[in-house]
Design a protein around this ligand. Structure first.
Ligand code: HEM
Length: 136
């Protein structure tokens, strides 16, 4: 079980590296005026997003394995799964925003992206407290 939990934490951490960095690229992209930099950011964003999907899937597979395979659960699991659903929605929305930049259709300011970038930080803090402290 501990190997599965270790793999769960490894892939959660790797997925979060992308969830933190991709919106940061969007912050910079929303401030860019020259085409060369914009094209380079598009490439970086697309590569990073492509990389994030298998990491997310593996993080969730090992989490489900711990929950359904080993039966580790509790009242804390319900809000945890709610925040996991929010993270999946956030990941998907990053894909939509990536397409907006790709088609030069981004409407949002760098200030909006700076606030958007804080969402995974808040979700990570809440989920880690729920699963480690298990407050209920
Ligand atoms: C389908 C989604 C997920 C499920 C079903 C799930 C389930 C679980 C379960 C059953 C455990 C073991 C808890 C224990 O041993 O006490 C666990 C550990 C953990 N999960 Fe998840 N998890 C999921 C997604 C996530 C996500 C998205 C994060 C990060 C935001 C996360 C962070 C953690 C951490 C940090 C631990 C280790 C806690 C410890 O060692 O005490 N999990 N998860």
């Amino acid at each position: 079980m501990l190997w599965i939990k270790a793999l769960h934490i490894i892939f959660v951490t790797s997925w979060f590296a992308g969830l933190f960095y991709l919106p940061r690229l969007f912050v910079n992209h929303a401030m860019v005026t020259d085409n060369d930099t914009s094209e380079r950011l598009k490439l970086m964003e697309a590569k990073l997003y492509r990389f994030m999907l298998p990491l997310a899937v593996l993080a969730l597979v090992f989490g489900l394995w711990l929950w359904l395979g080993y039966g580790i659960t509790g009242k804390w699991m319900h809000p945890k799964l709610t925040f996991v659903a929010i993270l999946i929605g956030y990941h998907w929305y990053c894909g939509k925003l990536l397409n907006d930049f790709k088609q030069n259709k981004n409407q949002r300011s760098h200030v909006w992206y700076r606030w958007f970038n804080e969402v995974p930080v808040i979700v990570l803090a809440i989920v880690v407290i729920l699963v480690v402290v298990k407050p209920f």
